[in-house]
Design a protein around this ligand. Structure first.
Ligand SMILES: NC(=O)C1=CN([C@@H]2O[C@H](COP(=O)(O)OP(=O)(O)OC[C@H]3O[C@@H](n4cnc5c(N)ncnc54)[C@H](O)[C@@H]3O)[C@@H](O)[C@H]2O)C=CC1
Ligand SMILES: Nc1nc(O)c(N)c(N[C@@H]2O[C@H](COP(=O)(O)O)[C@@H](O)[C@H]2O)n1
Length: 277
């Protein structure tokens, strides 16, 4: 038995109902907008940080909120991260809850499809990547990588396709600060085209900040944050989208939540809400 397969998590039935209003509908009924039900979910420190430094995998969630995150994974068709997170964390991005496919359940039921945003195809993974090892063990799905590079490296393309994954090509645009930016409507539209009805967006910093900068467009249906009782300090990877300005040139908040509920979860608190449009 591998190290991966021993890591089985439990999320009690009694703790599930509070999340239900914040999750994609169980009957799979889709939204009117034609885009997937989109949940923004990540763990943050008290100083709005995701990781102690760029490129460093950092544990923030306690055991209860980690299990909750895996329950969220079981309730979404897809789970999305940026290439910075893939490079930093070598993540599994599967669901390790007892009872889902690969963890006592049938086939891959309850396993989300990992989606990696990699506009220039810079993730030079090998077969050793944890995400692919899980596929070979029947404990997760192969990633789909959204890229703007029409010719991703042949070696990676071959490995990916052998595992059942693929590259999806999307047009990028240039911004003041970035040469290769995807519009979030286009990203979510490409997921609809692939048949995904729901996606949870986990991070990292650039993914969350660019998504929040488009948050007034109504792309995010639900926000579920784990707040851990720690300050990571300066130099950490921070969630802090660009400010907006009103017609008079005054700075206004980048984004704000409404219908907020707070749930204590071990030493963490889980915040659920919707983006105020
Ligand atoms: N605490 C938590 O819940 C989480 C923490 N993390 C942490 O975050 C850190 C990584 O954050 P970042 O370095 O900011 O990397 P990231 O995961 O946000 O990836 C950044 C890269 O993704 C691409 N990208 C992101 N948004 C894009 C867009 N709209 N269009 C085109 N390309 C886009 C770009 O290539 C960019 O360089 C890691 O240390 C990881 O451990 C990541 C996810 C969750
Ligand atoms: N919910 C949550 N809490 C934390 O403390 C975290 N560091 C993260 N990180 C995210 O989870 C990914 C790791 O997934 P696996 O355990 O390898 O399946 C990591 O890449 C981040 O996206 N999340």
């Amino acid at each position: 038995m591998s190290e991966i397969s021993r890591d089985v998590l439990f999320f009690p039935e009694s703790q599930r109902p509070f999340l239900e209003p914040h999750l994609p509908p169980l009957d799979g009924e889709s939204k009117s907008s034609n885009l997937p039900f989109t949940t923004l979910t990540f763990a943050t420190s008290l100083d709005s940080s995701l990781a102690i430094a760029p490129g460093v995998r950092t544990t923030l969630s306690g055991p209860q909120s980690k299990a909750m995150t895996h329950y969220l994974r079981s309730r979404h068709d897809a789970i999305l991260i940026g290439v910075g997170t893939a490079l930093a964390d070598n993540p599994g991005l599967n669901c390790r809850l007892k009872g889902v496919g690969g963890y006592g359940g049938q086939d891959l039921r309850g396993q989300p499809r990992p989606i990696i945003i990699d506009p220039t195809a810079r993730w030079e993974f090998t077969e050793q990547a944890k995400i692919l090892a899980l596929v070979r063990e029947g404990r997760g799905r192969a990633p789909y990588i959204i890229t703007g590079n029409p010719s991703p490296p042949a070696k990676q393309k071959q490995i990916l396709e052998e595992h059942g994954g693929k590259y999806i090509t999307l047009n990028t645009t240039s911004t003041e600060t970035e040469a290769h930016r995807f519009d979030w409507t286009a990203i979510l539209g490409s997921l609809t085209n692939e048949g995904f009805r729901s996606v949870m967006i986990e991070g990292g910093g650039a993914v969350i900040n660019t998504l929040l900068e488009q948050s007034s467009q109504g792309l995010v249906d639900s926000v579920i944050l784990t707040i851990a009782p720690t300050w990571l300090g300066q130099g950490a990877v921070v969630v802090s989208p660009k400010r907006r300005f009103d017609a008079g040139g005054n700075a206004i908040p980048a984004s704000r939540l409404r219908d907020v509920k707070w749930y204590p979860f071990g030493e963490d608190v889980v915040l659920c809400g919707k983006i105020k449009l």
